[in-house]
Design a protein around this ligand. Structure first.
Ligand SMILES: Nc1ncnc2c1ncn2[C@@H]1O[C@H](COP(=O)(O)OP(=O)(O)O)[C@@H](O)[C@H]1O
Ligand SMILES: [Mg+2]
Length: 281
């Protein structure tokens, strides 16, 4: 079965689609046995990728929705198109009733198509736009829910209100804060009641590539790495369970200098690793 990661916001347009593409483009090669992730646009207010990249939305989300109710729905992979930077996407129309209906159908009974068969590998990164009524099924089926927000108090107040009503599902949430944020990770996790938070920088150069305005290379590492992509690589590493994060903070820095003994070196893989990293930073 594939792994499902649902990404959305609670208010506004903080950069969900950009984050989804950055994560998919930065997905570690070695994760999921080398199977590249598939991005699925399932935003009731309509998709952006077909317009931004001039790629087809047929086959796309509407076909996935049609297949969802069939006994043998076929593979999700038959509905993908490929973006210039190598990310596979299931695109959706830019809006309208058919699009909203398709999202509703996929949320209700599309898990089977999204998750695939027992032996299917890979990760589906689902862009639901706003997390609102009607996408519950896509949250329930997700291994992780990535909530994207800007970093100001006003934006985080909406996140707080949402998380307060998320119930047990809150354990699966990872809050991704885009751009400037005056608050530290410990303060955010403690105040908002979310276990994990990650920060992605405001990076117009990378965002322009991810919006189809530029064809620059999306380097994720090295001297010419784009800041958003380098940060997305770290988050993707954690979501895919393949990342290895050195413990940050004073004790790790002192251990690095040999001043104190190292405390276990790398922290566990997966989302737990991210939480541990934050706790130590
Ligand atoms: N990290 C970022 N750095 C710079 N610009 C960004 C970033 N994330 C999003 N943007 C820009 O913000 C606008 C909205 O982004 P988008 O991802 O479409 O938001 P949403 O999916 O939440 O509606 C786009 O112009 C996009 O290029
Ligand atoms: Mg969007």
């Amino acid at each position: 079965m594939r792994r499902l990661i649902t990404v959305g916001s609670v208010k506004g347009a903080p950069g969900v689609t950009t984050t989804v593409l950055a994560l998919a483009a930065a997905w570690p090669d070695r994760a999921d046995e080398g199977v590249r992730p598939v991005v699925v646009e399932a935003d009731v207010s309509g998709g952006d990728l077909a317009v931004r990249f001039g790629c087809p939305h047929t086959p796309g989300l509407l076909d996935v929705a049609t297949a969802a109710r069939k006994d043998h729905p076929g593979s999700l992979l038959g509905a993908t198109a490929e973006l210039p930077f190598g990310v596979r996407v299931v695109a959706s129309p830019a809006g309208g009733r058919a699009c909203a209906e398709a999202v509703r159908l996929v949320a209700e009974s599309g898990q089977r198509v999204l998750l695939g068969e027992e032996g299917d590998q890979g990760t589906v990164v689902l862009d639901v736009g706003r997390i609102g009524a009607g996408v519950d099924g896509l949250l329930d089926a997700a291994e992780a829910v990535v909530l994207v927000s800007r970093g100001g108090a006003d934006a985080l107040a909406h996140v707080y209100a949402h998380l307060a009503e998320a119930g047990p599902l809150v354990e699966r949430y990872l809050l991704v804060v885009i751009g400037p944020c005056p608050y530290g990770p410990g303060e955010i996790t403690a105040t908002l009641g979310v276990a994990r938070v990650a920060f992605l920088p405001w990076d117009p150069k990378a965002a322009a590539v991810l919006a189809g305005h530029s064809r620059a290379a999306l380097r994720t590492s090295g001297l010419r790495a784009l800041r958003l992509m380098a940060a997305a690589r770290e988050v993707a590493g954690q979501l895919s369970g393949g990342g290895e994060v050195a413990v940050a903070g004073l004790s790790a820095d002192l251990a690095g200098l040999g001043a104190v003994p190292a405390q276990g070196g790398a922290v566990p893989h997966g989302l737990a690793g991210l939480a541990a990293k934050e706790a130590g930073s």
